[in-house]
Write a protein that binds this ligand. Structure first.
Ligand code: PRT
Ligand code: ZN
Length: 225
């Protein structure tokens, strides 16, 4: 496959970052129409193609140089980076800047009846999470041994279902924890959406377009501050 002359930007197809990612690019003057059935949306006024994928695929697509830019939550980026470093796969990319949406935190939480002092209260216990690498890094720093319960979804119901003692999950308002009889004990990672670039060297015209988009993003984000 030859390298595309058009700039490829990966964004989340549908989900919490999807609308904001599209809005940001539109406010930078990139015109496009999304067809919900299509993976790719071509810009009408700039040599840019948007690749609409699952958010989990975005860091890898950028790190493998399949796309040039990606808009992704720092939590997913960092999780993938640790995973790839562990596997010896390419894990490099450049974080161009943090964006002003997608704020959340990855936190430890336990059932309301759990008497929690500090992270060592979880010694030997089972923790459900979709972020096993970020959790492992945090618990290793604290020197705490725990047992894994890897779940891609429904993490918040794991303790009630008897699958785990606690959880490590994303929180924004805290309503989901509360609705499931859990309380937040420690924030292990704070995240925002960010824009990342592949480390592959780019032809001058493509890099100039990346610089133009980035400078417009800087303007758009600053204007809102
Ligand atoms: O289908 P795809 O794989 O692309 O999407 P996804 O389901 O994996 O991700 P999605 O759309 O839920 O989230 C995308 C990104 O949004 C995350 O990786 C974060 O960077 C960011 N984000 C910001 C959040 C939240 N806030 C958030 N609150 N992601 C998930 N949540 C969930 C959380 O997992 C929990 O279930 O919302 C619930 C908690 O919310 P509160 O408000 O009740 O605390
Ligand atoms: Zn996902």
């Amino acid at each position: 496959m030859s390298q595309s002359t058009r700039l490829r930007i990966a964004i989340q197809k549908s989900g919490r970052l999807s609308k904001e990612s599209q809005k940001l690019l539109k406010s930078c003057g990139v015109k496009f129409n999304v067809n919900e059935q299509r993976l790719i949306a071509h810009s009408d006024n700039m040599p840019i193609d948007l690749l609409r994928v699952r958010d989990d695929d975005i860091p890898g697509l950028v790190m493998d140089g399949v796309v040039d830019l990606g808009i992704i939550g720092e939590n997913v980026l960092e999780e993938e980076q640790i995973e790839r470093q562990t596997l010896g796969k390419p894990a490099d990319c450049v974080k161009l800047r943090e964006l002003d949406f997608g704020a959340c935190r990855l936190s430890l939480a336990v059932p309301n009846e759990f008497s929690y002092q500090d992270a060592s209260s979880l010694e030997g216990l089972r923790i459900a999470t979709s972020y096993p690498n970020l959790l492992r890094r945090y618990m290793q720093e604290k020197g705490i041994n725990y047992r894994d319960c890897m779940l891609k979804g429904s993490v918040e119901v794991a303790p009630r279902a008897g699958l785990s003692d606690g959880i490590c999950d994303l929180v924004s308002t805290g309503a989901t924890l509360e609705a499931n009889g859990l309380y937040e004990t420690e924030v292990i990672y704070r995240s925002m959406a960010c824009i990342i670039q592949s480390t592959q060297s780019q032809p001058d015209d493509k890099q100039a377009l990346i610089n133009k988009i980035l400078s417009r993003i800087n303007g758009v984000v600053r204007a809102k501050e």
